[in-house]
Design a protein around this ligand. Structure first.
Ligand code: HEC
Length: 173
C-alpha cells in the first residue's frame, strides 16, 4: 500500500505540472493534437518508433531498467511509454515539444542533463505527431481517458476507432 500511495502522489505531481500545459500552446506557440485514433497515422508512427525510439524506450515501450533513478553520471534511463510510465500524464502538445525540442528546452533549462535527443531537424513535425500517436494508441482505456482530461477534452470521446492490433501485440504473444 505504501508504494501505491507514493505512486499516486507522483501521478498527482505530474498532473499538476502537466496541467500547466493543458490546452496550452507551450513554448513554440503552436497547439498540437495527436491523432491516436487515425490508424494510418498510428501505423506510420509505429515504423518511426521502431526505427528511432525503440533502442532506448524499448521494442515493447517498456523503457530501461530502474528508469526512475539517475545513473552515476546524473542521467536518467529512458522511461517506458506504456501504462507503467508517465508519458500518459502529459498533454499532447507537451509530448510533442519534449520530442521536438528536448526535455531541457521544455523545462527551460538549457543545461539539463539528458540522453533524450531533440528531434527537430531529424524528424518532421508529421513524423513526431505520428510516433506519439502510435504511443498514445497503445494506452489502455483508463490512461487514455485520463490523458484526454489533461488535454482539456471530454474523456469519453476517444477510441471510437477499434484499437490497432499492432506489431506490439503480435510480438508480445
Ligand atoms: C538515446 C536514447 C533515447 C532515444 C533514442 C529516445 N529517447 Fe525519449 N527519452 C530518453 C530519456 C533518457 C528520457 C528521460 C528524459 C530525462 O532525461 O529527463 C526520455 C524521455 C522521453 C519523453 C518524456 C516522457 C515523460 O514521461 O516525461 C518522451 C515523450 C520521449 N522520450 C519520446 C521519445 C520519442 C518519441 C523518441 C523517438 C522519436 C525517443 N523518445 C527517443 C531517451 C531516449
Amino acid at each position: 500500500m505504501k508504494t501505491l500511495s507514493i505512486s499516486h502522489l507522483l501521478v498527482l505531481l505530474c498532473l499538476v505540472s502537466a496541467g500547466l500545459y493543458a490546452a496550452d500552446k507551450g513554448t513554440d506557440g503552436v497547439l498540437v493534437a495527436l491523432q491516436a485514433d487515425d490508424l494510418k497515422v498510428v501505423q506510420a508512427g509505429e515504423v518511426v518508433y521502431q526505427a528511432n525510439c525503440a533502442a532506448c524506450h524499448g521494442k515493447y515501450l517498456e523503457g530501461q531498467p530502474n528508469w526512475r533513478q539517475r545513473d552515476a553520471n546524473g542521467y536518467l534511463p529512458a522511461p517506458p511509454h506504456d501504462a507503467e510510465g508517465h508519458t500518459w500524464h502529459h498533454a499532447d502538445d507537451l509530448l510533442f515539444e519534449i520530442t521536438k525540442y528536448g526535455p531541457g528546452a521544455v523545462i527551460g533549462d538549457k543545461n539539463y542533463k539528458t540522453l533524450m535527443p531533440a528531434y527537430q531537424g531529424l524528424l518532421s513535425d508529421d513524423e513526431i505527431i505520428a510516433v506519439l500517436s502510435f504511443i498514445k494508441n497503445t494506452w489502455p482505456e483508463e490512461e487514455r481517458a485520463w490523458q484526454e482530461q489533461v488535454n482539456g477534452n471530454d474523456p469519453n470521446t476517444f477510441g471510437t476507432v477499434e484499437k490497432k492490433s499492432s506489431l506490439l501485440d503480435q510480438l508480445k504473444k
